[in-house]
Design a protein around this ligand. Structure first.
Ligand SMILES: Cc1ncc(C[n+]2csc(CCOP(=O)(O)OP(=O)(O)O)c2C)c(N)n1
Ligand SMILES: CC(=O)[C@@H](O)[C@H](O)COP(=O)(O)O
Ligand SMILES: [Mg+2]
Length: 637
């Protein structure tokens, strides 16, 4: 019987021998590869923390001692060890296991992380709370070297370091990478701690001096590792964490269970805030991941579990690809265009620009706030920065967009990938907040292109916009076929129209295709329908107001949050212009949505052509009934 079958609770780890623990680590890796290759998910990060998570669960007492996983994408091993093995076939699916810690799943999950760099603030607050209530609990925060590049982590360290009796253990899981290698001064500092020559020379000396002693085999090994920790205190500079006032233990080989457990025991004994610096390897144990230079299988779709090759490779270009190649072309024509990424060079497609123009590409780490204000600075010198972010991570940088970019009238283009429903990554990763917060920003231009041609045009237009932020948002979904306009009307594309203007469908971005389907369904029912794409949602195009005036019902379709989206802004403008035609917005409800495939989530939200068309047909039928009733009432009088 595999050992893994016996682990239903972290306490089941306690009686295992060292050999059994090593065997268990191997079984967990095989389990991860076999399951995540079928469901997709964060394989590389989890392969790297197998031993670390086992050691944490043996040394600390979860859930009494809360574990806070930064970002949370590396919590699969924790899930496996806390009774959720059987749920892995449902990972990131509707009704299934979440890809992040989830309070509803287990008492072992205290914080539903997913946006990076927040773990230390959570842990500091919890540790303070426990201390105040004289609890014996300790809080353990596991934070990656990438997440440590986020400013919020340093706001927390600044507070933690001066609370000498704070029961907080910070595990710096240093695999040297975010997606690509982690950048910046902190990454260099961690590398310096890892590779300090004096430390290595000291170790060599000790290795030589124990040969010939009665210590052999495991005993010598154990002794050496024990000394290594103490030696570090004596020989190596402990760096800025220690300078700030935190105890530093490390660096520890994060794949050596014995060394890990000793270091964690030592940290547990300190009684105050301590950092344990653990060196791990992203993707460890799966050759295809270890050899993948792009991201070590950070986040994968379905793959072959032996070769690591993707199972469904679509020949179609993605939205990201179209943006990626067009920006390179623009970069050739416009030497003032520069690119900024927050540690997501490949996922945002900026890698091509970086390859063509390395000096004009800036990876700032997981630091969206800095990315925006630094872009404002670049713009102030006459350059035009294009900042590539996932839509959900823009939330972090709202104030910087408002006060630094918009108020200063800087020319910055934001390109928001993964806008709208992403689905499987759960509530935190749907790109459903950007429109709401962007609609508040004075002067901002916002578009969601409907297809590849419109994306190229929008990007070229956006980098020409001077003195205001411009934003392009697009979906994780596949790139649809181009939809040509039947005519252009003052900046609005008319996609289809009929003789009787009854229903106006304003379909934005990826939902233009749905708008066309709604149009067809309504036409089949004999309802006169006009389908338009406004191209730019902000500023609201006055041509839309005139179009609305000519119809009996306006329907807006958008893959974005209901509040502050195209529909709600258009509705406000109609009222402001005394146009009282009914308007119904079809957009994403402001709720935290459970994981599921994109199509399942959209269906649940009522965002399908069938459901939209049904609404319109019923509306028109009601309106007709009322007008017939009105006519007969009038004729009876
Ligand atoms: C605020 C924010 N920005 C970007 C991301 C996307 N993201 C997820 S994991 C990751 C890299 C994390 O690197 P690290 O913390 O070192 O963890 P590792 O995957 O290497 O274990 C990034 C950029 C995010 N989750 N949150
Ligand atoms: C943890 C995190 O925030 C990212 O890794 C994200 O999950 C990636 O999403 P995609 O798989 O859509 O690129
Ligand atoms: Mg890392």
């Amino acid at each position: 019987m595999p050992l893994l079958d016996r682990i239903k609770d972290p306490r089941d780890l306690r009686d295992l021998s060292r050999a059994e623990l090593d065997q268990l680590a191997g079984e967990i890796r095989a389990f991860l590869v076999s399951n995540v290759s079928r469901t997709g998910g964060h394989l590389g990060p989890n392969l790297g923390v197998v031993e670390l998570t086992i050691a944490l669960h043996r040394v600390f007492d979860s859930p009494h001692d809360p574990f806070v996983f930064d970002t949370g994408h590396q919590s699969y091993v924790h899930k496996i060890l806390t009774g959720r093995q059987d749920d892995f076939p449902t990972l990131r699916q509707l009704g299934g296991l979440s890809g992040y810690p989830c309070r509803a799943e287990s008492e072992h999950d205290w914080v539903e992380s997913s946006h990076a760099s927040s773990s230390l603030s959570w842990a500091e607050g919890m540790a303070k709370g426990f201390r105040l209530q004289e609890s014996s609990r300790r809080v353990i925060a596991v934070i990656g070297d990438g997440a440590l590049t986020g400013g919020m982590a340093w706001e927390a360290v600044n507070n933690i370091a001066v609370q000498r009796d704070l029961p907080l253990i910070m595990i710096a899981n240093d695999n040297g990478r975010s997606y690509t290698p982690t950048v910046g001064g902190l990454a260099s500092h961690l590398t310096a701690l890892r590779t300090d020559k004096r430390y290595e020379q000291g170790l060599d000396f000790l290795k030589r001096s124990i040969s010939g002693t009665p210590l052999v085999g495991r005993a010598a090994y154990e002794w050496l590792h024990g000394v290594k920790i103490g030696l570090k205190d004596v020989l190596a500079p402990q760096g800025l964490f220690a300078d700030l006032g935190m105890k530093y233990v490390g660096p520890i080989d994060g794949h050596d269970l014995g060394a890990l457990e000793r270091a964690l025991q030592q940290a547990k004994g300190f009684g105050g805030p301590v950092i344990v610096h653990v060196i791990t390897e992203k993707g460890r144990g799966f050759k295809a991941a270890e050899e993948n230079e792009e991201d070590r299988f950070h986040s994968i779709g379905q793959i072959d579990e032996i070769t690591g090759e993707p199972l469904s490779s679509s020949s179609k270009e993605s939205w990201t690809d179209v943006f990626s190649t067009e920006l390179v072309d623009i970069g050739r024509e416009r030497p003032d265009v520069v690119a900024v990424t927050a540690a997501m060079l490949y996922p945002t497609g900026l890698h091509r620009f970086a390859a063509a123009f390395p000096d004009r590409t800036f990876d700032v780490g997981i630091a969206e706030q800095h990315a925006l204000t630094s872009a404002a600075g670049l713009s102030a010198t006459g350059l035009h920065p294009v900042v590539g972010l996932y839509s959900t991570f823009l939330n972090r940088a709202f104030d910087q967009l408002l006060m630094d970019v918009a108020l200063h009238k800087e020319s910055v283009t934001l390109v928001l990938d993964r806008a709208g429903i992403t689905g499987t990554d759960g509530p935190s990763h749907n790109g459903m907040w950007d429109s709401s917060i962007l609609s508040m920003v004075p002067g901002l231009w916002l578009t969601a292109p409907r297809d590849g041609t419109r994306l190229r045009e929008a990007l070229r237009r956006a980098v020409e916009i001077e003195g205001a932020p411009s934003v392009i948002r697009y979906s994780k979904d596949k790139m649809p076929a181009d939809i040509e306009a039947v005519r252009h009307l003052d900046g609005v594309d008319v996609l289809s129209e009929s003789e009787r203007p009854e229903v106006l469908v304003v379909a934005h971005g990826q939902f233009a295709g749905m708008g066309m389907e709604v149009g067809e369904r309504l036409s089949q029912q004999g309802i006169g329908v006009t389908v338009v794409d406004p191209l730019w949602a902000l500023p609201v195009n006055p041509a839309l107001i005139e179009l609305a005036r000519a119809h009996q019902l306006v329907i807006t379709l958008e893959d974005s949050g209901l509040v502050g989206g195209l529909g709600s802004r258009l509705s406000q403008e109609l009222r402001a212009n005394d146009v009282w035609v009914p308007l119904r917005e079809f957009a994403i409800r402001q709720e935290f949505l459970d994981p599921g495939s994109r199509s399942e989530v959209l269906e649940d939200l009522g965002l399908t052509s069938q459901q939209v068309a049904r609404y319109a047909v019923e509306f028109v039928a009601r309106a007709t009934d009322q007008s017939v009733a009105g006519t007969s009432e009038r004729s009876e009088h």
